[in-house]
Design a protein around this ligand. Structure first.
Ligand code: HGY
Ligand code: MN
Ligand code: MN
Length: 418
């Protein structure tokens, strides 16, 4: 008990309970667990509902009041000494990729919960209220746009636009939200926020290669996402001479090569990916008449991203004779720098706790990217094994998970006491 007393005497000595955080991560990972040790919990599915319900139970048990807004964002609020003070916020997402892991998004939510549990145990009431948020559909896998809940919250696109989006089965976001009973009453309006911190695994190889524990995230790459439709004509694979075909899949193969070449032409921080592809009629002895595919472009500066966009659009106008294509942009956000004073706070908290750290730019998008439009925001990265994520083998160490949680605790305490 002496330790607890000492911790109560000096918040600087406060530490999260790493075992409890790890245990919660492993318990949550059971919801949507896959045979290979990953998690498949797609946005607004029954499994997402189960994950959300577990979070709401845990947040309630931690003494939070819980609200849900009209796009399904969940806000768990811990009262502060000054209820009128702008909140200090943290959070992330519970939805995963189809081949997701235990940590992407889930770590940020549960690290935030562990901060609240730790403060409860220490009997510490911060001046500012604290808020822990679960943002809806961060992954953009089932429904586009990506980072949907935080995007509506930040005004990047309208609630109506988001609610009308359909998955490949034609189900709208509005229908899916109602189905899992997370279509909240609350309007999706940003409220006064002193600081937003998000803990996340890096999802790349930089921290592990450098042997650093904490990533002080200075910002995130800009992104443009597209839906591309390539139109040829179905015909018989046998009688149709090679020079009389309008083969949409052959045209798609050329475009996929060019998408990769666009990123290679634009230097070390440019990224380009074709992640989804559908062939029609997808029959082995029919020349494909139509191919739909997705393109994901990313860059560290907006001018490069615009140049990549122009090259992609140009490539789509000149595929093959007899082939036409449409290239519709469905996501755009510029590179997002984070708030310098909060970035400095993360670096300072890591140093005060004795953790090694280094500045990093996030190649992944995160809810913090949109929240940064309406509040000062920063992120805390921890390494993941071999830099692998969006893969069922995604892994992190208990030590690093705990370290990130301690940096989150102290960064939030610093912001909440100001
Ligand atoms: O695509 C991303 O960067 C994130 O995982 N939604
Ligand atoms: Mn994520
Ligand atoms: Mn992700």
């Amino acid at each position: 008990m002496h330790t607890v007393q000492t911790r109560q005497a000096d918040p600087a000595l406060l530490r999260i309970d790493g075992k409890r955080l790890w245990g919660s991560l492993m318990e949550l990972a059971q919801i949507g667990a896959t045979a290979k040790g990953g998690v498949c919990r797609l946005a607004l599915t029954e499994l997402d509902r189960q994950g959300r319900d577990l979070f709401v139970r845990w947040a309630g048990a931690a003494g939070c009041s819980v609200r849900v807004d009209a796009i399904g964002n969940i806000f768990a609020r811990r009262a502060g000494a000054d209820p009128s003070a702008p909140v200090v916020m943290t959070g992330s997402h519970l939805d995963t990729q189809p081949t997701g892991g235990k940590f992407d998004g889930n770590y940020g939510v549960l690290a935030g919960l562990e901060v609240l549990r730790t403060l409860n145990e220490a009997g510490i009431v911060t001046r500012a209220p604290l808020e822990l948020v679960v943002w809806t559909n961060e992954e953009g896998s089932r429904f586009v746009p990506v980072m949907m809940g935080s995007g509506v919250y930040a005004g990047a696109f309208s609630l109506e636009h988001a609610l009308a989006q359909k998955d490949h089965a034609g189900i709208t976001v509005a229908e899916a939200l109602a189905q899992i009973q997370y279509a909240g009453e609350e309007a999706v309006i940003p409220h006064p926020t002193r600081a937003y911190f998000e803990a996340h695994i890096e999802q790349g190889p930089v921290l592990e290669a450098a042997g650093r524990t904490i990533g002080v995230v200075t910002g995130a790459l800009g992104q443009r996402w597209y839906d591309v439709t390539i139109q040829g004509m179905e015909a018989h694979a046998g009688p149709t001479p090679m020079d009389q075909r309008r083969d949409a899949l052959l045209a798609a193969a050329g475009l996929i090569g060019e998408v990769n070449a666009i990123a290679l032409r634009h230097g070390p921080h440019a990224r380009a990916t074709v992640g989804w592809l559908d062939v029609f009629p997808n029959s082995r002895n029919v020349i494909p008449g139509r191919v739909t595919l997705t393109v994901d472009l990313r860059a560290a500066d907006d001018a490069t991203l615009a140049a990549m966009d122009a090259e992609l659009q140009a490539a789509c106008t000149s595929l093959l004779p007899g082939i036409s294509a449409t290239c519709q942009q469905v996501v755009y956000f510029p590179p997002q720098p984070f708030a310098p004073d909060l970035v400095q706070q993360v670096e300072h908290s890591a140093a005060a706790l004795g953790y090694t750290s280094m500045p990093v730019v996030s190649g992944a998008g995160h809810d913090a990217v949109y929240v940064a439009r309406v509040a000062p925001a920063a992120m805390i990265f921890v390494p993941c094994k071999d830099g692998i994520s969006h893969n069922e083998i995604e892994s992190a160490t208990a030590e690093d998970v705990e370290a990130g949680g301690n940096v989150l605790l102290h960064a939030m305490l610093a912001a909440a006491s100001q």
